[in-house]
Design a protein around this ligand. Structure first.
Ligand SMILES: CC(C)(COP(=O)(O)OP(=O)(O)OC[C@H]1O[C@@H](n2cnc3c(N)ncnc32)[C@H](O)[C@@H]1OP(=O)(O)O)[C@@H](O)C(=O)NCCC(=O)NCCS
Length: 387
C-alpha cells in the first residue's frame, strides 16, 4: 500500500462479480432460480421446447411477441436467406490458421462482417433489427464452413428449404440429419437462446452502451462467452463422462472427487437452487439420442453421476445445470468438443441482439467505479537516473 491512501474506514463496498446488482429492467427473460423456471417474454421454456422452433423463438426474443403464421413464414424466409455468406467471408475463413479455435474464428469473422454491412453505422431500431437477423442467420454457416475447411472438406451452401437447426447440422456433418437429431438441435438452440444478464450479454451491453454498432456488441459478447466459467463448462462435463467411460465407475468417481473437494462439472448454478429446467429437457433428449446412436453406456454414466451428485450435495442445493447435458447431446449429435461453445453462440446471438436493442431504447453509458488503492504521491524519476 502506498502513501496517501484513504483510510480503510472510507473504503466503499466493492461488488466484484456484480452478484446482486441490477443493471437494467428487462422484459426479455426471467430466471426463477428457486422454482426452477425460465421464461422468454413470459413464455415457459418447457412450452417453447415442446411446441416452438428456434426461428419462432428468435422472433419472440427480438420482436417481443409470438409471430402470426404469416410473420413467422416471412421471418423464416428472411433468416434462411441470411444464412448465405459471401465469397469474401469464405476467403477469410480459409486464411485462418489450421489450429485456430473455432470460437476465435467466429469472433474474428463477425468482426469482419461488419465491414460488409452497408447499414453498419445506421443506428435506427429498424436497421438494428435487420442487422440482428443478418447476424443470427450467418452464425451457423460461419461455424459449419470453418469446420469443413479445417477438415479439408467441401463447404456446403445453406439450404433455405431447411430449418435453421437442421441446416446447421447438415452443413457441419455433410449429411441430412435424422428427424430426432434435427429436433434435438432445434431444442438445444431454443434452450440456449437467452439467459438474462449473463456475462456475455452484459459485455455486449457495455460495448453497445458507448453507441458502438451492433457488430461490436456481439463481438464483445462472443469474446466473453469463450471462457470456461461461461460457455466452456459443457466441454468439461463431457470430458469427465468420457474419462469415466463405464457406468460402474461413475459413482466412485463422484464420491472420490467430492471427497477431494473437487467440482463435478455441469452441476451447481449461481441462480438455480434446484433443477435447471433446461437440464431436465436435455436429459430426456440425451436418453433418446443415446438409444438412437447406440451409446447407452455414456447416458448411464451421466445418470449415475447425476443421482450420486444430487444425493451427496442435496444440502448445498447443487443440481445439474444445462451444461451437464448439452455437452452430452452435442457429442451424441457428432459435434467435436471445440464446436460446443460456437454452437452455444449460434443460439445465444439471438439473446445478445435482443438485450442490446432493448438497452438502446433507454441507453446509458456503462461506467462503474473502481476504488483506487495505489500510491498518490509518486515522484517521477527520469529514466537515466533510475537504477
Ligand atoms: C456454477 C458455480 C460456479 C456456482 O457457484 P456458486 O453459486 O458460487 O456456488 P458455490 O461455488 O459457492 O457452491 C456452494 C457449495 O456447493 C459446492 N458446489 C457447488 N457446485 C459444485 C459442483 N459442481 N461440484 C461440487 N461441489 C459443488 C461448493 O463447493 C460449495 O461448497 P462449500 O459451501 O462447502 O464451500 C459452481 O456450482 C461450479 O463451479 N460448478 C461447476 C462448473 C459448472 O458447471 N459451471 C456451469 C454453470 S452454468
Amino acid at each position: 500500500m502506498g502513501e496517501g491512501l484513504k483510510p480503510a474506514s472510507d473504503a466503499p463496498h466493492i461488488d466484484k462479480g456484480l452478484d446482486d446488482i441490477y443493471v437494467k429492467e428487462t422484459s426479455i427473460c426471467f430466471v426463477d432460480g428457486v422454482r426452477g423456471r425460465l421464461l422468454y417474454r413470459g413464455y415457459d421454456i418447457r412450452d417453447l421446447a415442446q411446441y416452438s422452433t428456434f426461428e419462432e423463438t428468435v422472433y419472440l426474443l427480438i420482436h417481443g411477441e409470438l409471430p402470426t403464421k404469416e410473420e413467422l413464414e416471412k421471418a423464416m424466409r428472411g433468416l434462411a436467406e441470411e444464412r448465405e455468406i459471401s465469397p469474401d467471408v469464405v476467403k477469410l475463413l480459409r486464411c485462418m490458421p489450421a489450429d485456430a479455435p473455432p470460437i476465435d474464428v467466429l469472433r474474428t469473422t463477425v468482426s469482419y462482417l461488419s465491414n460488409l454491412d452497408s447499414e453498419r453505422d445506421d443506428p435506427t431500431r429498424a436497421a438494428n433489427m435487420r442487422k440482428a437477423q443478418r447476424l443470427i442467420g450467418k452464425f451457423p454457416t460461419i461455424v459449419a464452413a470453418h469446420h469443413r475447411i479445417r477438415e479439408g472438406k467441401r463447404i456446403l451452401q445453406p439450404d433455405p428449404e431447411l430449418g435453421h437447426a437442421e441446416d446447421f447440422l447438415r452443413m457441419l456433418t455433410g449429411k441430412q440429419p435424422d428427424p430426432l437429431s434435427a429436433r434435438v438441435m432445434d431444442v438445444a438452440l431454443i434452450l440456449h437462446a437467452d439467459h438474462s444478464m449473463n456475462a456475455s450479454a452484459f459485455a455486449g451491453i457495455v460495448a453497445a452502451s458507448t453507441l458502438a454498432d451492433l457488430y461490436s456488441g456481439i463481438v464483445a459478447a462472443i469474446a466473453t462467452l469463450k471462457g470456461p466459467l461461461h460457455g466452456g463448462a459443457n466441454e468439461a462435463a463431457l470430458r469427465t463422462m468420457l474419462a469415466i467411460g463405464k457406468p460402474e465407475r461413475a459413482e466412485q468417481y463422484v464420491l472420490d472427487t467430492l471427497r477431494a473437494h473437487g467440482k463435478i462439472f455441469g452441476f451447481g448454478h449461481r441462480v438455480y437452487r434446484t433443477y435447471d429446467p433446461r437440464a431436465l429437457i436435455l436429459r430426456e433428449y440425451s436418453r433418446q439420442l443415446s438409444e438412437l446412436k447406440g451409446q447407452q453406456d455414456l447416458f448411464r454414466v451421466s445418470e449415475i453421476m447425476q443421482e450420486t451428485t444430487v444425493r451427496e450435495l442435496k444440502a448445498k442445493q447443487v443440481y445439474p445445470n444445462v451444461d451437464f447435458y448439452s455437452g452430452l447431446v452435442y457429442h451424441l449429435l457428432g459435434l467435436p468438443t471445440d464446436l460446443f461453445t460456437p454452437t452455444f453462440a449460434v443460439s445465444r446471438v439471438a439473446g445478445w441482439a435482443a438485450h442490446i436493442n432493448e438497452y438502446w431504447q433507454d441507453n446509458r453509458l456503462v461506467r462503474p467505479l473502481d476504488y483506487y488503492v495505489g500510491p498518490t504521491e509518486a515522484v517521477y524519476v527520469p529514466l537515466e537516473q533510475r537504477g
